[in-house]
Design a protein around this ligand. Structure first.
Ligand SMILES: Nc1ncnc2c1ncn2[C@@H]1O[C@H](COP(=O)(O)OP(=O)(O)O)[C@@H](O)[C@H]1O
Ligand SMILES: [Mg+2]
Length: 285
């Protein structure tokens, strides 16, 4: 069953002129965008800066509404004002900079902030906070001040704050962009585990191709439109299309592509180095 459906989504921001009286409509930032995301799926959303990824993410929890077209979340129309609250409980948003998302002076208070705000009772908050911190492997840090944590740890606490709201889906907008390699790895393995073990639907916005290879599906945006979508294998095999749009493919895939172009007999362009090595060893036999 589809959990999220975007149908012919069109969106433009209104731009104010200097007098701030007249507003002029600029180009379509999202231009006829359609996609479906199934319950429990892990989808990666890729594309250059400015192509509309963050604008899409804000449509997935009714922070922005389409100018035309529709977005449905669990069959609810995001344009239906009565459903705003329900939709925001179903879809949690994690942003790029963890420092902008942590508000309290102690980790567990931070995670409790969301549930407190919607009037959950204290005993239930305790249960949710403990579960959420365990789910991101930060339970041992529950009494620490967030500013003492590493970037990856802070981002995991921010994710715990979203999990404590018990969403069915988490949209992460470049959650690893400000992290070092270790922090990126921590956050990526946390996201994958939440998807695998708790069945949480994941929409991961990223510009690291390597973070998209393990997704169930990849959607590639270019200038407000969907350029291509499919399994990682289907998408990253289109090396020429992606390159024409100045997008990268994973390094291993690029290596396979170049070897093939030089006449090496490999059929599929691998996404993982282990698979690539196996193929090469076969060819060399
Ligand atoms: N609040 C805003 N007002 C006007 N234009 C905006 C606003 N936010 C984003 N844009 C423009 O919309 C386009 C898409 O932006 P965005 O969705 O942030 O892209 P991405 O997340 O892929 O980098 C860009 O051209 C950007 O400049
Ligand atoms: Mg963005």
């Amino acid at each position: 069953m589809d959990f999220i459906t975007a149908q012919n989504l069109v969106f433009r921001y209104l731009e104010e002129d200097e007098t701030q009286v007249n507003t002029k409509v600029v180009r379509n930032v999202l231009d006829d965008v359609s996609f479906n995301i199934k319950k429990g799926e892990f989808v990666a959303l890729l594309g250059h800066n400015g192509c509309g990824k963050s604008t899409i993410s804000k449509h997935l929890n009714a922070m922005l509404l389409p100018d035309s077209g529709k977005v449905y979340v669990d069959s609810l129309d995001t344009a239906d004002e009565d459903e705003d609250f329900t939709i925001r409980k179903k879809v949690g948003l994690v942003l790029q900079n963890p420092d902008n998302q942590l508000v309290a002076s102690v980790v567990e208070e931070d995670v409790a902030f969301g549930p407190e705000n919607i009037g959950i009772e204290p005993k239930e908050i305790r249960r949710r906070v403990d579960n959420a911190l365990k789910a991101v492997d930060m339970y041992d840090y529950r009494n620490q001040p967030p500013h003492k944590l590493s970037g990856g740890q802070k981002q995991r606490v921010a994710i715990a704050g979203i999990i404590a709201m018990e969403p069915s889906c988490i949209v992460l907008d470049e959650p690893t962009a400000m992290l070092d390699p270790k922090g990126r790895e921590e956050v990526m393995s946390t996201i994958k585990r939440l998807n695998r073990e708790q069945g949480i639907t994941i929409v991961l916005i990223t510009h690291y191709m390597e973070e998209a290879v393990d997704a169930d599906r990849v959607i590639v945006m270019d200038d407000g439109k969907i350029l291509t979508q499919g399994t990682p294998q289907e998408v990253f095999s289109q090396v020429e299309l992606l390159k024409r749009h100045r997008l990268d493919v994973p390094q291993v895939t690029e290596l396979c592509y170049n070897l093939k172009a030089r006449g090496v007999d490999i059929d599929t362009l691998s996404l993982h180095s282990d698979e690539c090595i196996e193929k090469l060893l076969e060819v060399l036999k």
